[in-house]
Design a protein around this ligand. Structure first.
Ligand code: IMP
Ligand code: MG
Length: 300
């Protein structure tokens, strides 16, 4: 996406298809972890000729996986020593003949460590049994938060805005957002309690700042039905700010019941229950560094 463009990013809601037949169980396991992280993969997509006899290819190497987002080939190693020596030899040849090709030889137990290097791991699906898969991985989150900050910064330069967050979910997003804002600003928080589905919203901790005549940007983690946001906006409007806008990281538009203006939106998200990066499920998972989808059976 071009820099600074205010464009909502739709995210696919369907899980990746798992119809691939693998030669080895470790490969299926690797594909499952990649699917969990939303990392696209191709299985054995390319053969690299390594040795020629005349104009005939006498030896070739076909890495197990190619990960287009990381521009990386991965060859999984097995426990059988002889086979591994052969793989190491072929990888060395491949690197010599095709120096621009990135390839990693990987033991199964090192998979999460490798992904962590790219900003993904090190938490795997087995440690998060209630999580179906990751919807927005950490690098994409950080990239989008920085883009939002650029837009906010341009609009609020010289206005010394008050950024208001609704506790508790927003603290992660707020903290990352304001660190990208190189303009004078003030932050403040309010705390609310909601009663049941679509029930009433009560302010249990009000702002500390006086926002009358000031430019207020309400920062929200997720807008679902819009009921909470509507209530909070009415409350803030009553204090007489010079302007009042909304910056929401996630927009679950399919469930909207109340029309609320969203001036900055990070991602449009599908109608799923999401956790991580501040969002909770019974107060858990707020600390996950990504946004993930809770399994439907866990919600029942
Ligand atoms: P709304 O009033 O329906 O828009 O609900 C907004 C609030 O509900 C958010 O501030 C969250 O606290 C919570 N919420 C809505 N959807 C989710 C979700 O998918 N995961 C976690 N919390 C959510
Ligand atoms: Mg909230």
């Amino acid at each position: 996406m071009p820099k600074g463009q205010q464009k909502k990013t739709p995210l696919a809601s369907s899980a990746p298809e798992a119809t691939q037949a693998f030669a080895h169980p470790a490969e299926a396991e690797f594909a499952r972890i990649l699917d969990f992280y939303g990392i696209r993969w191709e299985y054995e997509p390319h053969s690299f000729p390594l040795r020629w006899e005349g104009d005939q290819v006498a030896e070739a190497f076909t890495p197990d996986f190619y990960l287009p987002q990381l521009d990386l080939y991965v060859e999984l190693t097995t426990l059988r020593g002889g086979l591994n020596r052969e793989k190491h030899r072929k990888v060395r040849m491949l690197r010599r003949i095709y120096p621009h090709v990135k390839i990693k030889l990987l033991k199964k137990r090192d998979v999460l460590r490798l992904l962590a290097k790219y900003g993904y791991g090190p938490i795997g699906p087995d440690e998060l049994p209630e999580i179906d898969r990751i919807l927005i991985p950490p690098p994409r989150l950080q990239e989008r938060v920085a883009e939002l900050a650029r837009l906010v910064e341009d609009d609020y330069r010289g206005l010394e805005p008050v950024l208001v967050g609704v506790l508790r979910g927003v603290v992660f997003f707020m903290a990352d957002l304001v660190r990208h804002l190189n303009i004078p600003l003030v932050i403040d928080f309010l705390s609310i309690s909601s009663y049941g589905q679509g029930g009433s919203v009560r302010i249990i901790k009000d702002l500390d700042e006086d926002i009358e005549g000031r430019h207020v940007l309400l920062v929200e983690d997720i807008v679902d039905t819009g009921m909470t946001l509507k209530k909070v906006l009415d409350h803030l409007q009553g204090k007489g700010p010079a302007s009042l806008k909304v910056c929401a990281l996630l927009d679950k538009q399919a469930r909207r019941l109340v029309d609320v203006p969203l001036h900055y939106v990070g991602f449009e998200v599908p109608d799923e229950f999401l956790v991580g990066y501040g969002l909770d499920f019974h107060q858990r998972y707020r600390n996950l560094p990504f946004i993930a989808i809770v399994k439907h059976e866990a919600l029942a």
